[in-house]
Design a binder for this molecule. Sequence first.
Ligand code: TYD
Ligand code: MG
Length: 465
Amino acid sequence: MARKSIIYICDECGVRHKKWAGQCSCGAWNTLSKEEGFESAPKGLSDGKGDRISFVGLKGKEEPAHRRVTKISEFDRVCGGGLVSGSATLVGGDPGIGKSTLLIQVVAALSKDFKCVYISGEEAIAQLRLRAARLGLDNAPVGLATTTSVRDIITTFDKEYLPDVAVIDSIQCMFVDNLDSAPGTVTQIRTSAQELIRIAKRRQFALILVGHVTKDGNIAGPRILEHMVDTVLYFEGEPSHQFRVLRSVKNRFGPTDEIGVFEMTETGLNEVSNPSALFLASYHDKVAGISVFAGIEGSRPLLIEIQSLIAPSQQPAPRRAVVGWDTNRLAMIMAVLGSRCGIPLSSNEVYLNVVGGLRIREPAADLAVAAALISSFLEKPVAKKTIVFGEVGLSGEIRAVSHIATRLKEAEKLGFTSAIIPIAGYENDGKHANQLNTSLTLKRISQLADLVATFEPLNSGVTND
Ligand code: TYD
Ligand code: MG
């Protein structure tokens, strides 16, 4: 029998340590939390006392997953077509980003057809009612409760009240009373989630757990929480902007990297069914330093404005500020522009901003970022009504990207007339991009220098003595 004693568990990777240390073996600093538990997992399972398991074939007569559709189409799509009964979904996001607002809207929408409950461990009933009234949802037949006791929740769901959909806001404040550790510790979060997921699977209801996010962008608690649930959704956005993006990063019942776009208004979250138009609302093609990127988020195309500003700097280490893109990737593009295209940016301050509070992860944005940088450096606007996409390699070559036709079609829809895109590349159906059926004028380039050439003649930005 393993002995119970004080141990230290890493919040990041869940590894157990006998002694406290500043750094865990996974490399993370200051992540060890003190717990009472077993130093190692109980041993000796090879004593032959277990039951035999039986194996079945891959083919079977399984029913397709039963989905609860909210008719909030941005939400349904991110979930892969609605919430699956008997599944657990984790919704993570920064405090104040709108998780509670989104989920009360989701349960209110579902409550017309399904039995929905919303359990909050963070807010009082009065607060929840106030929010519902503000959202105009106070007449929706949602069961509201405030508790932090996992035992009480399980007892209720087990015997008396079987919901179709249950929201737990948040998993970090849930408490299992037969553990010594305080709420919010790794053991409490893990055990609470485990128990709640177990009852959701057994009683076949859709469980939604709200998870807070730490400063470095992970859901607080061990990574293990993300492994335990079926779906992980992140609700993100800049608090100063009204746009919010719900992104699926894991989904056992649907595609990942799918996004849903919402707008936070006085009366709650509104769906944005044509986000490109919204993100380009104040786009002006006569200004230098601006380019439009035709991106793909999940299954849908999205046109996004990228702005850059280059200013001379007196500092030995000039400032670089990036919002919505990867700083390392910016450094790479700047280096390639300097060494392959003769555009020296290293002694300048460089600011890069993705408009609308969106965060771009696609390497296909490289070329659009480069276009914004070159445009700002030369003080010449990018060609009128032009979209840009393509990945940039270290030798300055422009690499192919996927979904070319979809990107071009979205640009066409929004009134763009030309596109600067890679020379290489096939559409998903194997058709060469040369054979694309588009009304856009295509400028197909193979080198970053070709992009610089589209700004000819290079008269401004070059000083004449
Ligand atoms: P909330 O859902 O409480 O965030 P979370 O649960 O992620 O912490 O939303 C908090 C913010 O949203 C708050 O700053 C106010 C704003 N908000 C609106 O702008 N409009 C609304 O209708 C509601 C309910 C909230
Ligand atoms: Mg909340």
